[in-house]
Design a protein around this ligand. Sequence first.
Ligand code: NAD
Length: 355
Amino acid sequence: MKIAILPGDGIGTEIIAEAVKVLKALDLTFEMETAPVGGAAYAAHGHPLPEATLELAKAADAVLFGAVGDFQYDKLERALRPEQAILGLRKELGLFANFRPAICYEELTHASSLKPELVAGLDILIIRELTGDIYFGQPRGRRTAVDGHFPGAEEAFDTMRYSRPEIERIAHVAFQAARKRGRKVLSVDKANVLETFQFWRDVVTEVHQAYPDVQLEHMYVDNAAMQLVKAPKNIDVLVTGNMFGDILSDEAAMLTGSIGMLPSASLNEKNQGLYEPSHGSAPDIAGKGIANPLATILSAAMMLRYSLGQPEAADRIERAVKKVLASGLRTVDIYSEGTKKVGTVEMGDAVVAAL
Ligand code: NAD
């Protein structure tokens, strides 16, 4: 099992160190190799995704990724900004399925902005298509309008598009994931207005024929945004396109109250994956030793489950995290009165001890 370790910037190095510590505490043998990515790679090699880093990622079964980005790089031309490393990895590895679980741990219910009874025990899996939609559709650009409300005016445009195979493969991923959980898929679209998403709905319905044991429901994205804050516990697996998934997965993340707790995975057709916390590089707290490493540790658990074929080890890590939370240890982002505040390293040590 070969893992590419890409810590990145800001708190990336601190949280990755804890996840690596947890992996090493398992009774499994991994080949782990570390490489720079993001701003750190730009500073050292002039590019956020150097060739050697990309080659390492391609050769690995999975990539464990910290976070990238720092305000000092915001003025660089777009192609050299740290965030381009993630887009480059997604493209080069063909990562098309993004898994974003939103789990509300019992001990952290108070951290949600919703009433405890709405979120206690929440366990949603959002599956976002990552390679298509309006984010990548061509043509796009700026031009002089020839029609519309203001012919002759300067305008900008993007193209929303999805092909049948793109929708089919993400639908299969969603139905198969649902089989391992609550056997319910909610497909979110805007079929009432957009041709692309009427097609999405039609293709998802066709793919569903092969999964009679899974319940399928369709919902418009505006209603889904409401249901996520009204009755989120009714949702098991939510599958949607790139743009709607981008927005809804952040909304769902907030239901749980802490971005420091949320892992994510992006998979390709060979189950090779990139695993990273849902949060960014948090430059405001970098170097202080207070970042929450649990999202990264839980990302490592997802890596064991989805790319490395070690579901028992994944369960062990998730149980250890629950145990640590139950024991009352909290990093600053999830701290509340009556619990014990700990730093990044102490939290990692506690998970290892609980293992
Ligand atoms: P952020 O997620 O880095 O931080 C948002 C807030 O959450 C900050 O107050 C931060 O301190 C806190 N936070 C985040 N992770 C935490 C953790 N593990 N423990 C405790 N607190 C935590 O988002 P931002 O501030 O908007 O962006 C900072 C940088 O990260 C930017 O350069 C941005 O482009 C980049 N970014 C990278 C990724 C990624 O690498 N996938 C994702 C989002 C943002």
